[in-house]
Design a protein around this ligand. Sequence first.
Ligand code: DQA
Length: 145
Amino acid sequence: RRILIINGPNLNLLGTREPHLYGKTTLKEVEAAAQAKAAELGSTLQTFQSNSEGAIVDRIQEALGNIDVIIINPAAYTHTGVAIRDALLGVNIPFIELHVVNVHAREHFRHHSYFHDKAKAVICGLGAFGYISALTYAASELQLD
Ligand code: DQA
């Protein structure tokens, strides 16, 4: 499998950003662990982080024809990001929506997602381990139609 992990705004601050919520693992550490897991499972992994919606749309469009599964944490764009939703539907690549924290246990405005009705799966609340869990599923169990 060719897997792409996309992280949205402020996730470059993982590890130092509100650590009581998001934990102390940095994005670099998450990506390194995910790379190791992908190699172990015989998959290739690309990672991308951006604070800008347009850059994320561009990256999704670039995945057309060369990526089998996208794991995306749209971060704050989860709750606002129609353009990112449209890009995912436009390339028609199966995706897993991921959140580090359980968004349903947080503010009401975080309960709505522009992605969850189209996602193959939604993972939230598993912390940094969520990325490894999503990757393991994407690399092995996920049925690609
Ligand atoms: C998040 C949850 C979002 O509500 C928030 O805006 C984020 C991170 C998470 O991973 O828990 O930036 O997607």
